[in-house]
Design a binder for this molecule. Sequence first.
Ligand code: PLP
Length: 411
Amino acid sequence: MAKIKDPTPLTLDHKFFAEAKRYLVGGVNSPVRSFKDVGGAPVFIKSARGSKLYSEDGREFIDYCMAFGPLILGHGHPEVAGAIKEALNNGTVFGAPTKSETMLAAAISNAIPSIERLRFTTSGTEAVMTAIRLARAYTGKEKLIRFTGSYHGHADYLLDCHGVPEGFKKHTLTAPYNDLEKTSALAERYKGNAAAVIVEPVAGNMGLVLPGRNFLKGLREICDRYKIILIFDEVITGFRLCYGGAQNLFNAVPDMTCLGKIIGGGLPAGAVGGHREIMKLLAPEEEVYQAGTFSGNPLTINAGLETLKILLKDDPYGRLEDLTTRLCEGIAEQVKIRGIKLKVNFIASMFSISCGAKLFRKLYHALLEEGVYLSPSNLETNFISTAHDDKDIDKTLKAFNKVLIPNVETS
Ligand code: PLP
């Protein structure tokens, strides 16, 4: 394929990026931020407020990446910021229990009844690692079934990359997402040694892919049949689709749930929870070890508590869905009129744009020029927050309208 010319002129961002690369690997602290998938230099952000990002060189963007999911109330929500400031006045970390941890655990458990006991971690990755360790301990089995295209954090046995020993990889089996037949065949083949099935109930790391009508309930049946622990990775979907998990919406109940993102109100967070018989295997009750210096730190917990309080009180999910639907149907309409090969998938306040890599790169940079900041990969999901409004949607649709022709070739 012909080399695509970097569509952005040399900017301050290129200068910042070159400097960053002298000290940080790839200039970033998480790979997708480097704009590898869309080319050019990433935008260096100075600040953010509500639905907007502000770059170091003074540009304003309507943000649909929203830090990849945690910010359902937008950037710097005043009440969440207030809760963080209040917590800060009392100290940042104690290495001892707090009453607010119990309150957040209770709020989560009330919203997601399959979570009878819970442990907070500092990231979604840690939550998933702990869920799998528990599933293995509970079942006494080793194999793990996951789905192609899903992402569950960067634990060894959930990645297939250099540096992961074959001995780890061999315990991880992969089935196609939404394919019950192949999942069932794997469970049958490894009968007696499959500990867990882990699934994103709405897949958010291969673009947005919705579960087929019977997929989640079908997984429940397979897991029951073969005595496998069903883990829902709700790091993205928890409190995103509704007040609770995707499990509330789809009426499919896992044995264990992993959470992250929204429950930390914009600060580093994770949690693993589930049936008390499984969870009680964790130290200190029993012998499955897991710990964390910053787990349940008071800043995160108070930001999470305030976020859940607002979500419960305001119930913004209908409005979020309306905004997302208007945006996505508007884009789909423009794309259809022009015969462009681009698909928009959406649910609740999540959406993704899938099209060829070349088209995505061009579209991406053309939209940046118009002040619209999407997640910088067409494998990532975009998010709408309560801070977004009709004006943002109008402006974004206008930007799409402008850039789809003539700036973006359709092939
Ligand atoms: N699970 C899912 C579905 C995710 O999307 C992510 C991160 O995006 C993770 C787990 C890992 O979470 P964290 O980045 O907090 O480690």
